[in-house]
Write a protein that binds this ligand. Structure first.
Ligand SMILES: *Cc1c(COP(=O)(O)O)cnc(C)c1O
Length: 378
């Protein structure tokens, strides 16, 4: 049988306004950076770009941590990097869960052969520090505390500084999910003493998905170096990755870096540095405040109590009797506008409106408010 060449054209995506839980819209400047020539990942010019990228990442995370790198993989790969390197079989790990992503942390802990102790809060609420303290008291053998700073599944923001401080009081290291917080809401890795943190390229950094910035402090680096068992993942073993990324490292081959994707992340971090972190945080807050006014003027309400709302991810309750999926599909077809659906216990009950990075503008706030108002009125 002869197999003919498939007659398929190039893929030309439609132009969308991305106001869901990520990815956010990627600027032309970042896209331009990504279409530059691919060079070798061991080329001295590329290595120089990576050195700058590390400095830009340290600024975004507000850290001097040497071990600050972009993992080749999405936010989930950053999450897994933290767990497989810091957890050993038999460990006890306290996992705070107030949404979808805390549940994934639990699975990571189990797959590392460790025991998760869950601290549960209602979806839409921040993690309660008192509950964490109670768990730390009843589980003195715990080595690590893990929690999500910005729960993208609900739009709740937890007090990372207070939770990290509690972890340290009880001699635990703190793993913090900052996938949605980085670049959108204050995150101060060194000031707060965060031991291990991971993020993603496609949320408030507005680079394409597929890279996960991570940073590890001295205590975490020491734990990785003094493990008694090998890291179960070859690809994510930081002892090996550091042979390529580390200061003064020989840049030996570990895996082929996603070269053009890294050009994009580099450019997006440069844009963030040019704007200034504090200015970016203020912009996200201001656009969130405008969205609240707009959405409330439509008679809709927010899921998360005001004090714990995340500026870059807004969970809005679906009015009784409204088919939430039908609304989202009309927004996509009539307005080229993507918003997110609810996940887990919030499935069918909320819309998630993202105002992340390049997407967080007054124009987009006005656009999404008008579009939802129009579709709901029909
Ligand atoms: C998006 C997200 C992740 C997962 O990132 P991927 O890039 O989709 O793998 C993890 N945690 C949080 C809080 C997120 O918002």
């Amino acid at each position: 049988m002869k197999i003919e060449a498939p007659r398929i054209g190039s893929f030309i995506p439609p132009v969308r306004t991305l106001m869901g839980p990520g990815p956010s819209n990627v600027s032309t400047r970042v896209l331009d950076a990504m279409q530059r020539q691919t060079i070798g990942h061991l080329d001295p010019e590329f290595v120089g770009m990576m050195d700058d990228l590390k400095v830009l990442l340290q600024y975004a995370f507000q850290t001097a941590n040497e071990l600050t790198i972009p993992v080749s993989g999405p936010g989930s790969a950053g999450m897994e990097t933290c767990f497989v390197n810091l957890i050993e079989p038999g460990d006890t790990v306290i996992v705070c869960q107030n949404g979808v992503f805390g549940g994934r942390m639990k699975e990571n802990v189990q797959r590392c052969g460790a025991t998760p102790v869950m601290v549960e809060d209602d979806w839409g609420m921040p993690v309660d520090p008192d509950k964490l303290e109670a768990a730390l008291q009843t589980n003195p053998e715990a080595t690590t505390v893990a929690f999500v700073h910005a729960e993208t599944s609900t739009g709740a923001q937890s007090d990372a500084e207070a939770l990290v401080e509690l972890a340290h009081q009880y001699d635990c290291l703190a793993i913090v999910d900052a996938v949605t917080s980085l670049g959108g809401t204050p995150l101060k890795v060194d000031k707060w003493g965060v031991d291990a943190v991971y993020s993603g390229s496609q949320k408030c950094l507005s680079a394409p998905p597929g890279l996960s910035p991570v940073s590890f402090g001295e205590r975490a680096a020491t734990r990785i170096r003094t493990r008694t068992t090998p890291v179960q993942s070859w690809f994510l073993d930081l002892n090996l990755v550091m042979g390529y990324w580390g200061e003064g490292a020989s840049r030996s081959y570990h895996h082929t870096a996603p070269i053009n994707a890294l050009y994009g992340l580099h450019e997006s971090l440069l844009i963030l540095a040019e704007e200034g972190l504090e200015t970016a945080w203020t912009r996200h807050r201001a656009n969130h405040d405008d969205l609240v006014s707009g959405i409330e003027s439509l008679g809709l309400s927010f899921v998360v109590p005001e004090a714990a709302r995340l500026p870059q991810l807004n969970a809005v309750s679906v009015p009784v009797g409204v088919d939430e999926a039908a609304i989202r599909s009309r927004l996509l077809t009539d307005f080229d506008l993507e918003i997110g659906a609810g996940l887990g216990v919030l499935a069918g009950k909320v819309w998630r409106i993202g105002l992340m990075g390049h997407t967080s503008t007054p124009e987009n706030v006005a656009y999404v408010t008008k579009a939802i108002g129009t579709v709901l009125a029909d």
